[in-house]
Design a protein around this ligand. Structure first.
Ligand SMILES: C[S@@+](CC[C@H](N)C(=O)[O-])C[C@H]1O[C@@H](n2cnc3c(N)ncnc32)[C@H](O)[C@@H]1O
Length: 385
């Protein structure tokens, strides 16, 4: 079953948007240094499943007892394998790229240890809390309801990509649907609540049975790719399986390279990817994280969007007068900036806050946020929306 499939072996020397059928370490070795922006790796967990498990109703449970998962004889074998592919991943990953590795209790500690030995720097470990976990049929231990993801970079100084505000837009783990629809957004946490891959999403073989025992949910890959890469980036999956990573990379307008040494998975994956249509929406573009070009008060005064001497209000009360240098003059005559001033007014502290979020000016008898005027200026003068 396992082996190279020449039919699918493209000349992939940095070809993008390909599925490579081959041994991952050998194939990674053909890739240039520092060529990949993001890696998602879902390696064999080496679950060490023995014998058949049965559901409570007596039916067989088809869990993961595949040959590819059971290919290791000893812990040392597994360690050597893990070391080799993680070493190659580190080599092909760009200086500021990210790697995510998923694993269960059987392997994640070994993987994490080896990653640290190889010098990877951890950003987060994330718990994927399964909303619909497989029960522990025998009732002999706790129901294993999560997997762990390690998010890491090549070094402590890596300037990795994190779409912080986009992550907030995708966070329904700590915000209810109702709160979300009313506009509440909260920082994404490290516990993600998602279902196992199910329904239409599950790839079936020609007999209608599930093709792959460990197909990951699209939602998981969508989130990872959306928050830690950008449109046009190259995403690598060294253990492609059903090619969920490639599918979500394509959907989000990223390029992909997926590797698997099982030709059946590769063939099904190829079909799957053909049917994926990119949806380049605000999440894909990380529009929420776009930073507007820097503009100064003075240039907006010069352009007639603000007036020298006009009052800046917080909670309907005037605290500052705008100076021609774009600063705020207090009633006692001292000069400050809008960020320090709001810290003092709001919290009575030296802590600076973002003044653009608080101050208003009077326009046509109404308090108008200065940020709205800045947006108007950006749109009308700088062509930025
Ligand atoms: C946990 S599965 C990945 C599942 C995938 N994330 C998905 O959503 O379908 C691990 C995959 O690694 C592949 N694999 C195992 N050893 C490999 C090796 N040495 N080289 C390439 N692929 C390998 C297996 O065929 C299997 O599909």
């Amino acid at each position: 079953m396992i082996g190279k499939n020449n039919f699918l072996c493209y000349n992939h020397f940095m070809n993008k948007n390909v599925i490579i059928c081959g041994d991952t370490v050998e194939e990674l070795k053909k890739m240039p240094d520092e060529s990949v922006d993001l890696i998602f790796a879902d390696p064999p967990y080496w679950m060490r499943v023995e014998g058949k498990l049965q559901r409570v109703n007596g039916n067989d449970y088809d869990g993961c007892d595949d040959e590819w998962d059971n290919q290791f004889k000893t812990l040392e074998d597994y360690e050597n394998f893990t070391y080799e592919w993680l070493k190659e991943c580190k080599r092909v990953l760009k200086k500021d790229g990210s790697i995510w590795v998923i694993g269960g209790m059987q392997c994640i500690y070994t993987i994490g240890y080896i990653m640290q030995k190889l010098g990877y720097w951890f950003i987060n470990d994330v718990i994927w809390f399964k909303k619909n976990p497989t029960p522990n049929f025998k009732g002999t231990r706790l129901n294993n309801a999560h997997e762990t993801l390690i998010w890491a970079v090549k070094s402590k100084t890596a300037s990795y990509h994190f779409n912080y505000k986009t992550a907030k837009e995708l966070n329904l783990d700590t915000v209810s649907n109702e709160e979300f629809s009313k506009g509440t957004r909260k920082q994404m946490g490290s516990v993600w609540k998602m279902s196992l891959c199910q329904g239409e999403e599950r790839i079936k073989d020609e007999n209608g049975n599930k093709l792959h025992s460990t197909q990951k949910p699209e939602e998981l890959l969508y989130r990872i790719i959306a928050i830690s890469s950008q449109v046009g980036d190259l995403v690598l999956d060294p253990f492609g399986g059903t090619m969920t990573t490639g599918a979500m990379a394509k959907k989000l307008g990223r390029d992909y390279i997926c590797i698997d040494n099982n030709k059946v998975y590769c063939n099904y994956g190829k079909e799957r990817l053909k049917n994926i249509v990119p949806i380049i929406n605000d999440v894909a573009l990380a529009t929420f994280d776009r930073k507007p070009p820097k503009v100064t008060f003075t240039e907006m005064i010069d352009a007639g969007y603000f007036e020298v001497g006009e009052k800046l209000y917080y909670n309907d009360k005037a605290y500052l007068f705008l100076t021609k240098e774009g600063k705020g003059q207090k009633k006692d005559g001292s000069i400050t900036d809008i960020h320090s001033a709001i810290g003092q007014v709001k919290n009575n502290s030296e802590t600076r806050l973002n003044g653009w979020d608080y101050w208003t000016v009077m326009r046509n008898g109404r308090f108008t946020p200065i940020n709205d005027i800045r947006k108007k200026y950006l749109k009308e003068v700088k062509n930025y929306e």
